[in-house]
Design a protein around this ligand. Structure first.
Ligand code: KE4
Length: 431
C-alpha cells in the first residue's frame, strides 16, 4: 500500500480509462508490468518530475529515453519558443531540417543521407521497406525481445510493452506477413547464422538494437555485432542498426563509435528530437536515393521535419557536447556501481550495467545474454522494488524488461540522493 497521496491521479486515471484503452496512449505507461495504477504527471524540471498530487520523483525513465538534458532544459525551451513565433508547421522545406541533419551526420559520418519522420516506428518500418526494395527480397531477421516499434512486421517476439504484457505475437498481424519475420536469440551468432543462411536468397534485412533496451538492458557480447556485419555481407542482406534508443546515448557517435561496426542503414528517434516528435532513418546515399521522390520507394509524413521538433533536436544536440556526454556517462557509472554495491550488501542476486548513458539491472545472479535468459529474473522482487522506490521518490521504468536512462541534470547530488533512497527501497522490498 503506498504512502503517497494519489487521490488526484486516481481521479484523472478514472476518467482516462473511459477515454483510452487502459487509460493510456501507449501500453508501457499503464504499469502492467508492476501492477497498481500509474501516477499522472504534471510537470518536470531537470532530473525531477511532479505528479498531480504534488509527489516529487527523481526520473530515470526520461520519457523512455529522449530527455538526455533532463526535463524542460533552457536551451530547448528557448529554441522552440523562438521558432514557434515564426509558425508551427509548413509542409514546405525549411533550413532547420538541414541544420539538424548536419548535426547528426557530423556525429555519425557513416551517414550520407537521412529522411526525417515523426516516430521510431516510422523510421524502422521505412528502413525495412528500403531494404526490401534494395534487395528485392521479403524476409527480415530480428532478435527475440528486441522492439522496433509497432509496425506489423516487428510484432513478432518483440520486446518492450509486448514482452512486459506477455503478449503473443500481436493479433491483427496477418500470419502471412508475420511469417516473413524470422527471429533469433540476441548474442547467439551460431543460431543467427543458421537461420540467416537457410533464408539467404530471400533475406532482405537483419535489424538489431546494437544494445538491447527493450528486454531490459543487454549489451552485445564482443564479436556479435561484427558477426552480424559479416553475415549481412555474406547473405546480401541489409544490416540495420535500430538506434532509436541507443543513438546519442551509448556513445557520442552512436554504435559505430561504441563498437566499430558500420551498418547499412541506421534508425534514430528519442534524443534526436529532445522530447518532441522526431525520428529518422539514413545511410549511404546510394541506398537512400531509392526513396521517393528520387527513387520509387514511397514514404511520406505531414509533420516530418516539423520546425518546432527540429529546433528541439538542434538545441539538444548542440548542448550534448562530448564533455557533457562524458559527464552523464560518469554519473551513470556511479549510479550503476552504487546500486550493485547496495544489492551485494543485502545479498540479493543482482546484475547491472550500462553503455554510455543507457543502463539497466536485473534481479538475477548473472548477466543475461538475451531475452530468453533475462526472463529468469525475479520479476516479483522487481515489482516490490519498483513500488518501494516510487514511494521514496525514485521513478524507474515500470517493467523489468525496459532500460533506464540518465541526463545531464542528474548530477552527483541527484545520484547520491537516489542511492540513499534505493537502498531503503531494496530493504523494504526484501522485508
Ligand atoms: P516509437 O514509435 O515509440 O517512437 O519508437 C519505437 C521504437 C523503435 N526502436 C526502439 C529501439 C525503441 O526503443 C522504440 C520505442 N521504445 C519504447 C520504450 N521501450 C517507447 C515507449 C513506448 O512504447 O511508449
Amino acid at each position: 500500500m503506498t504512502s503517497r497521496r494519489t487521490q488526484r491521479s486516481h481521479e484523472i486515471m478514472h476518467r482516462s480509462r473511459q477515454l483510452f484503452p487502459g487509460g493510456v496512449n501507449s501500453p508501457v505507461r499503464a504499469f502492467g508490468g508492476v501492477g497498481g495504477e500509474p501516477f499522472v504527471v504534471e510537470r518536470g524540471k531537470g532530473a525531477r518530475i511532479w505528479d498531480a498530487d504534488g509527489n516529487e520523483y527523481l526520473d530515470y525513465v526520461l520519457s523512455w529515453g529522449p530527455l538526455v538534458l533532463g526535463h524542460a532544459p533552457r536551451p530547448v525551451l528557448e529554441a522552440v519558443d523562438r521558432v514557434m513565433q515564426q509558425g508551427t508547421s509548413f509542409g514546405i522545406p525549411t533550413g532547420l531540417e538541414v541544420q539538424l541533419a548536419e548535426r547528426v551526420i557530423e556525429r555519425m559520418p557513416h551517414l550520407e543521407m537521412l529522411r526525417f519522420v515523426s516516430s521510431g516506428t516510422e523510421a524502422t518500418m521505412s528502413a525495412v521497406r528500403v531494404a526490401r526494395a534494395k534487395t528485392g527480397r521479403d524476409f527480415i531477421l530480428k532478435f527475440d525481445g528486441c522492439y522496433h516499434g509497432h509496425a506489423d512486421s516487428f510484432l513478432v517476439r518483440a520486446g518492450s510493452g509486448v514482452a512486459t504484457l506477455g503478449l503473443p505475437n500481436s493479433p491483427g498481424v496477418p500470419a502471412m506477413l508475420a511469417a516473413l519475420t524470422l527471429t533469433a536469440p540476441f548474442n547467439d551468432l551460431e543460431a543467427t547464422r543458421a537461420i540467416a543462411r537457410a533464408q539467404a536468397p530471400t533475406l532482405a534485412a537483419i535489424i538489431v538494437e546494437p544494445v538491447c533496451g527493450n528486454c531490459g538492458y543487454i549489451p552485445p557480447e564482443p564479436g556479435f555485432l561484427e558477426g552480424l556485419r559479416e553475415l549481412a555481407d555474406e547473405t546480401g542482406a541489409v544490416l540495420i542498426f535500430d538506434e532509436v534508443m541507443t543513438g546519442f546515448r551509448i556513445a557520442y557517435g552512436g554504435a559505430v563509435e561504441a563498437f566499430g561496426v558500420t551498418p547499412d542503414l541506421t534508425t534514430f528517434g528519442k534524443v534526436i528530437g529532445g522530447g518532441l516528435p522526431v525520428a529518422a532513418y539514413g545511410g549511404r546515399a546510394e541506398i537512400m536515393k531509392q526513396v521517393a521522390p528520387v527513387g520509387s520507394v514511397y514514404q511520406a509524413g505531414t509533420l516530418s521535419g516539423n520546425p518546432l521538433a527540429m529546433a528541439a533536436g538542434i538545441a539538444t544536440l548542440d548542448a550534448l557536447t562530448p564533455s557533457v556526454h562524458r559527464g552523464i556517462v560518469q554519473q551513470t557509472e556511479r549510479l550503476v556501481a552504487g546500486l550493485s554495491a547496495i544489492a551485494a550488501q543485502r545479498g540479493v542476486p543482482f546484475t547491472a550495467g550500462h553503455t554510455g548513458s543507457m543502463w539497466g539491472f536485473f534481479f538475477l545472479g548473472r548477466n543475461p545474454r538475451n531475452y530468453g535468459e533475462a526472463k529468469a529474473a525475479d520479476v516479483a522482487l522487481f515489482r516490490r522494488f519498483f513500488h518501494a522506490a516510487l514511494d521514496r521518490g525514485v521513478y524507474l521504468a515500470p517493467s523489468q524488461f525496459e532500460a533506464a536512462f540518465m541526463s545531464s541534470a542528474h548530477g552527483a547530488h541527484e545520484v547520491n540522493e537516489t542511492l540513499d533512497r534505493l537502498d531503503q527501497a531494496l530493504a523494504a522490498a526484501l522485508a
